[in-house]
Design a protein around this ligand. Structure first.
Ligand code: GLU
Length: 551
């Protein structure tokens, strides 16, 4: 009985050979140095920020080199699949400024010549390669029962041995072909394992584009290639896919680094050229004095949806991730304040080798910078997009008074040092609500922030006098002169030195009087420039608010 017969018995439906596929997907015609990278998620429906991070590194590497970035769906673990996850992945990446040149474009649609791009549709391809390995004696059916596997694991644990199927534990590795055929005909369950030629005494040197030079012992594990359900394992599938799809750079999470000996071996056995590998650090979080992985369960910021709900502009998140990818981003940004982030050259070899620390405070700083550089129009439009979904009341108020709202967003924006008010859209309401009558009127008397050491009765006295002097159509200087005149009239001074020398001679400084006006018009002690606020509010509103305050 021959291996050929065994292979035919296992895969009777497979009539092709690997060369069919190798010829079907020719070498890509790309310019020298162009990288072909991919984002290869499992469609579990949960978009982890780490996924955006990995995709961004891959996308930048491809796009910056004039290469190809494609989307492959790794759905060989069908238990974990969630409906709509593929569309959600595409939309998420698109929202973060990434588009795929090739790959899945929907639940069942795709574009590109190297497909199918969904692993569950590539079953025949994997089986073709597995069949070939069986014929060559490089793979075999393993009939281990779950009980046998458990017993093996226990023995290995008890003896503190490397777990897995290798050496004397690979009990079906040397089963005769006759016996294997007999068992299969008999209806025994089996999976397909690699007959690993590796010798752990031999070390392999390897250069990871992020981690640098490493070396590891050859793998002697008879890993599973095809599972009981006929689908391949990640190890086997990724090697075949990345080879046939022409991936030049496998950029993925460092949790795969330990599987590299297996992957390198698979590429060699399958006769493929090894791609370059770059293992990106896991996103970590400071928790007390130690660092840990961002957890889906414990950390809301691990979910991409969190950023949308909180109202971080996409550009802020991307810029923040670029900061984590290359620490040189910050310097580049300082030198190129208005440049599009796509112009920043991402360098894999400059990436931190250890964990990437995720820090919300830093994200907020980055986001404030991003928002403060946006034009008022853009702030308005992004804000209403967010508010429409998350703050219906603000959405109504803002859109009814579009010009008015844009003037608010434009406060102190055009100078050389634009105001840094918000890091995310859910902070906007608190900062600007006083501009809107319906919200302002709801505020309670006891929440009004008066200038330090000033009684409400004194503030009212100031406002009564100021209401009489107030003129709408003045320039800022005249406006201040008017305010000063009222202040002096009421026993305040504009002369800081004099006030310092004999504070008892005055009721306070002009700034206190301005503070009272600010309190009457905004209920707050800290706001942007008062003159600008009064201008935006308009004469009628200012007069009404001044009057209401004295009631
Ligand atoms: N499907 C794998 C994962 O979800 C992809 C790893 C890779 O990029 O090769 O982690």
């Amino acid at each position: 009985m021959s291996l050929e017969q065994l292979a035919d018995l296992i895969f009777p439906e497979i009539d092709k050979t690997p060369s069919f596929y190798i010829e079907k997907y020719p070498k890509r015609n790309l310019k020298e140095g162009a990288k072909v990278t991919r984002y290869a998620p499992s469609p579990t429906g949960f978009q982890h920020i780490g996924g955006v991070f990995a995709a961004l590194v891959s996308e930048r590497a491809a796009t910056q080199s004039g290469g190809i970035f494609f989307l492959r769906i790794e759905d060989t673990d069908q238990k974990r699949e969630v409906e709509g996850a593929i569309e959600d992945t595409i939309k998420t990446m698109y929202n973060f400024g990434m588009t795929f040149d090739e790959g899945m474009t929907g639940e069942s649609a795709s574009k590109g010549e190297y497909g199918p791009y969904r692993q569950s549709e590539r079953e025949e391809i994997y089986k073709t390669f597995a069949k070939d390995l069986i014929k060559k004696g490089l793979a075999y059916p393993c009939f281990c029962t779950p009980e046998e596997l458990d017993a093996m694991r226990e023995t290995q644990m008890a003896q503190k041995l490397t777990p897995g199927c290798y050496g004397e534990y690979a009990i079906y590795r040397d089963l005769s072909t006759e016996k294997a055929i007999e068992k299969i005909k008999n209806g025994d369950n089996y999976i397909i394992r690699l007959k690993s030629p590796g010798n752990p005494e031999t070390r392999i040197a390897f250069n990871d584009l992020i981690k640098g030079d490493t070396s590891f012992p050859e793998s002697n594990q008879d890993i599973v290639l095809i599972k009981g359900d006929g689908l391949p394992t990640y190890h086997f599938a990724h090697a075949i896919d990345d080879a046939l799809m022409g991936t030049t750079h496998v950029i993925r999470g460092e949790e795969w680094l330990s599987s590299l000996p297996i992957h390198v071996q698979l590429f060699d056995i399958l006769g493929f050229t090894r791609p370059e590998y770059a293992h990106i650090p896991t996103i970590m979080k400071q928790d007390g004095t130690s660092k840990r992985k961002l957890s889906k369960r414990k950390d809301p910021e691990s979910a991409v949806s969190y950023y949308k709900e909180e109202g971080y502009p996409k550009a802020s998140v991307v810029e923040y991730l670029l900061n984590i990818i290359n620490s040189t981003f910050e310097e580049w940004r300082a030198e190129n304040p208005m440049a599009d982030y796509h112009e920043f050259p991402v360098a894999l070899d400059k990436m931190s080798k250890s964990g990437a620390l995720f820090d919300i405070i830093k994200l907020n700083d980055v986001s404030k910078d991003v928002i403060c550089k946006m034009k008022a129009e853009e702030v308005y439009s992004l804000y209403i997009d967010w508010a429409k979904e998350y703050d219906e009341e603000m959405y109504q108020l803002i859109t009814v008074k579009e010009d008015f709202s844009k003037q608010i967003f434009n406060i102190d924006k055009e100078g050389p040092k634009p105001r840094k008010d918000f890091a995310k859209w859910n902070e906007v309401r608190e900062k600007i609500c006083y501009f809107f009558g319906p919200l302002f009127e709801k505020e309670r008397l006891e929440d009004i922030e008066l200038p330090k050491n000033m009684e409400l009765s004194e503030a009212k006295r100031i406002i009564e006098a100021y209401a009489k002097a107030y003129r709408y159509d003045t320039d800022q200087e005249t406006w201040f002169e008017d305010l000063k005149a009222v202040a002096i009239d009421l026993g305040y001074t504009a002369d800081r030195k004099a006030f310092k020398k004999t504070p008892e001679a005055f009721k306070g400084m002009v700034s206190d009087v301005a503070g009272a006006v600010r309190a009457a018009l905004t209920h707050r002690a800290n706001t942007p420039d008062l003159y600008t606020i009064m201008h935006i509010l308009g004469e009628e509103d200012v007069r009404n608010r001044l009057e209401d305050f004295t009631q």
